[in-house]
Design a protein. Sequence first.
Length: 255
Amino acid sequence: MKYLALLTLLVIAGVCVAQQQDQAAQQGTLLALPELELCQTRKIPYLHFFQLNASLLTPGPKHWQFNNHWYYFSWDDPSNIETDPATGQPAGKKVNWLDARNECRKRCMDAVGMETLQENNMIFKFLESRNVTYIWTSGRLCDFTGCETREDLKPINIKGWFWSNTNQKIPPTNAVIPTWNIQPWSAAGHFGGPQPDNAEFQINNTTESCLGVLNNIYDDGIKWHDIACYHKKPVICEDSDVLIQYIEAVHNVKL
């Protein structure tokens, strides 16, 4: 029975990865698989780690919990602090959308997806309290092979967005999300119009296929924006149930 459960989990994990590896391959990078040690330390704050067992595991980043999921901000991990060549001062590392996801996935996490109003408000409050300019989320436009044949995704810029961490569709972008009392997409962007607007395509033919949260860059408050995936930003990571279950099954551990 345990073998069948493990086999089923491996198949599910494999399907999820395979569905997204096509989009990743188009960008020249593959999705990372979780690593046991990083998964084990994802909940251990860096400052408190050495009180536990410094010889066994490497320190994890600061973290917080919301609705049974652990989260962390990439700049709270000391390994993501670099020296700014222009100023010589410490600065947080920024990465493109896919590298941001992989930063999280190695830890049995993924870039955050805001499927509920409560989670969205929590992320917005984090950016406000920490004065973070922007972050990547797991939000993605389904514009890779196979998406063009799906009638339920048309028009693509309205109905084609999804959270890649859970493969859950994002409601149509041209209306307030049902049960939400706010419109998370910004009413302003590069050309002054509502998001998503695929503005960069009009500038250099690069599709804005990834979803980031920007903090008042367009005098619009903290809002969702479609952004070309090559841009570099920090990321908030969130526990991935599928990746946690995968590591637990493969290594016979409890995370």
